[in-house]
Ligand binder design. Structure first.
Ligand code: WT7
Length: 669
């Protein structure tokens, strides 16, 4: 595979002369990091003497069974952190709290979607002791099913406590989990099983979403029948499916493979030692979209990842024991891994988990949860904030939000209007906002304000976290001056960094470490302002960010051309007021196939089936040809312009003639 060079850099965006928000003295006084100079001092040490800094942090923050011999072993692109050290993630998230006053504190507060009209939402609370018990029970279930250290386990669950219990039980035994978002299809499940060679799938009969049931078990059953193009069974590694009873819907049950979660738990023992694992033992694989081909399995390991998750949670969300902390992400994404489960629990915090949508049964669902549970820290995505803005201030206005003290944003650039609305309407002008930039690959937050220390401006994630050395560079890898756009890279290794792409070291090297030699390439465009704040411009590779979900254009194109009617497809993003970006697919059809509105719908559903509903194109436009360069490359820049408003013909179901455009811009070759 050829190295894919990023050709177009984002145009320098217009500078907003925005207001600066300084941390309030009341907030700073009680914060973990209480002044900008304290942040600077710690940051400088973390960059100048990283080994000394991380050595001290790893000792202070985590409980180790065996100390490490070396803090970092680094040879591009392979990093080993805390070499020779041994620890266990579930031990650090649970057992360490049992001998403290946190033992009977709520670790997890779960609220489900109401199971029917007029019914109250279900709630379950687990103290640290109770969660520990459940995790030990389930770890013994996994053991009994014959799983061994290093085996892979696929988790395909709704947002229910069993998802966190399953993840923690895996880490207790050194099993490597791979969580697949419930919004992905049977095909996606099968592809991930095939790539990871997982032995077990943990799923549920169904999950609730806006009042209807998402049939997860049915998808798994379908996934188990799927074959590759060459006829190979994709899921032959699977020998058991563990099914949680959640939705109460009918499911097919094959006693040869399927077991019920509750049956197995009934006979399991509640005692289970945490296995001593090497610091670099694989912790999880999380599949994420890239600019080429199928999603790649991002690998994270034990010690460094946990240190990053714990420290960023502590300092960015300024966690303390009195907090009720709510990150609204699904555990199917990395945010759910690091900031619903591992980060907050490693800090002994109370983490709230919610199953449903923000607008079901009504538009005030989030604010009702904040009020009833006295949420003090809320972490959500700009897409959600923009939707709340659209729904109107009357919905948050119905609730007492005075328990909130800190707000976070993640997943995409937050536009200043949304930032201000979040600040004023939700935060009552008193809560600092932390706009946190990071990626599946980085394991944890990389660029962010610290709420008691960093002055913020709406729209910038501000400054790097400890140990993170970001730089904005040009095509040749040279640092560009302030106020100039370029590519965002990270110069130094950090503990939470990905350790590879599962089974594909070549792609790992090519994707992340070859764009600028020796540095990590993020795929994002960025600009620094005069004060050094980083303004993320968005992806500059062929990855789109739709409603905070990362979608590879190549993957959607692959799904489209796998339909019998499609000859060629090119997928690009166009700006969308609510979702940040929307997916637009340009499609040419095979000879004799007529472009009809029905076919559009069929193609959208086809993508939904191949990848999942999240990847369905917002718009499909039929064309008689795609504009290409002389060497045959699709001119995406051109298609982006067309998609963003350069309407060519009124009726979008007729063929668009893009050939003229192609000849006009042939210089792009
Ligand atoms: C991409 C990573 C990080 C967890 C959720 C997404 C974009 C993320 C921000 C932010 C501007 C952001 C970037 C990044 N992104 N956070 N605060 N400001 N852009 O993880 O699916 O791996 O996506 O999301 O483009 O590369 P992901």
């Amino acid at each position: 595979m050829a190295i894919k060079k990023v050709s177009s850099l984002p145009a320098a965006s217009v500078l907003h002369e925005t207001r600066v928000f300084h941390p309030s003295p009341e907030f700073s006084r009680r914060a973990h990091i209480s002044s900008f100079s304290q942040y600077r001092k710690m940051y400088e040490e973390s960059i100048k003497s990283p080994e000394k800094f991380w050595d001290r942090q790893a000792r202070a923050e985590l409980t180790w069974f065996k100390p490490w011999k070396k803090v970092l072993d680094w040879k591009v692109p392979n990093a080993k952190w805390f070499v020779g050290g041994q620890l266990n993630v579930s031990y650090n998230c649970l057992d360490v709290h049992l001998s403290t006053d946190r033992a009977n504190k709520a670790a997890l507060i779960w609220e489900g979607e109401p199971c029917g009209p007029g019914k109250p939402p279900e709630q379950r609370v687990f103290t640290y002791r109770q969660l520990h018990r459940e995790v030990c029970l389930f770890a013994n279930v996994l053991k009994k099913l014959g799983l061994k250290k290093g085996d892979r386990v696929l988790i395909y669950l709704p947002m229910i406590p069993e998802a966190a219990i399953a993840m923690l039980a895996c880490t207790r035994l050194g099993l490597v989990h791979s969580v697949v978002f419930g919004g992905f299809s049977a095909q996606s499940v099968a592809d991930r099983v095939f790539d990871s060679q997982a032995k077990i799938i943990i799923t549920a009969d169904g999950g609730f979403r806006r009042g209807s049931v998402v049939q997860l078990k049915k998808n798994v059953d379908e996934g188990l029948t799927l074959r590759s193009a060459s006829g190979e069974c994709l899921t032959s590694s699977i020998h058991r499916v563990i099914v949680v009873r959640r939705a109460g819907c009918d499911v097919a049950f094959n006693p040869q493979i399927d077991v019920w979660w509750h049956d197995e738990m009934e006979t399991a023992s509640p005692r289970c030692e945490a296995v001593k694992l090497d610091s670099e033992h694989p912790l999880f694989i999380l599949y994420t979209s890239g600019s080429t081909g199928k999603p790649k399995g991002i690998l994270h390991t034990t010690g460094g990842y946990l240190l990053t998750a714990k420290m960023t949670s502590k300092y960015v969300f300024d966690l303390r024991d009195s907090d009720v902390y709510w990150c609204t992400a699904d555990v199917g994404w990395v945010t759910g891994h690091s900031y619903v489960v591992y980060g907050p629990l490693a800090n002994g915090a109370t983490s709230l988990m919610y199953e449903g949508a923000p607008n079901f049964p009504n538009f005030d669902r989030f604010w009702s949860i904040v009020e009833r549970h006295n949420v003090s820290v809320l972490y959500t995505a700009p897409t959600a904030i923009r939707a709340f803005m659209k729904w109107g201030v009357q919905w948050p206005g119905k609730h007492d939000l005075s328990s909130l003290r800190l707000l976070g944003s993640v997943g995409e650039p937050i536009n200043p209007e949304a930032w201000m609305w979040y600040h004023e309407v939700i935060g009552g002008k008193r809560c600092p906002i932390v706009d946190t930039w990071w990626q599946t690959e980085t394991g944890g937050i990389m660029i962010t304000p610290l709420p008691g220390a960093t002055p913020t401006k709406p729209g910038t994630a501000t400054l790097p976290f400890f140990g993170v050395l970001p730089e904005v560079v040009d095509e040749t890898g040279e640092k560009v001056p302030k106020e100039t756009s370029g590519k965002l890279i990270i110069r130094k290794p950090w503990p939470g960094m990905l350790r590879g792409i599962w089974g594909d070291p070549k792609r790992f090297m090519e994707t992340y470490w070859s764009e600028v030699k020796g540095s990590y390439f993020t795929g994002d465009g960025c600009r620094q302002d005069k004060e050094g704040n980083f303004w993320i411009v968005g992806r500059i590779d062929d990855v789109l960010n739709v409603a905070g979900h990362r979608i590879g254009t190549a993957e959607v194109e692959g799904a489209l051309v796998s339909n019998k009617n499609v000859a060629e497809a090119a997928v690009v993003g166009r700006p969308d007021e609510l979702k940040g970006q929307a997916l637009v697919a340009f499609v040419t059809l095979k000879t004799g196939i007529k472009p009809t509105p029905q076919l559009k719908e069929e193609l959208r559903n086809h993508v939904g089936k191949e990848i999942g509903p999240v990847a369905k194109p917002d718009d499909i436009r039929f064309a008689d040809m795609l504009p290409k360069t002389r060497s045959g490359k699709i001119m995406r820049r051109l298609l982006k312009q067309v998609a963003s408003g350069g309407e060519i013909k009124g009726d979008t179901t007729t063929l668009e003639d893009l050939s003229v455009l192609a000849s006009l811009t042939a210089a792009e070759d």
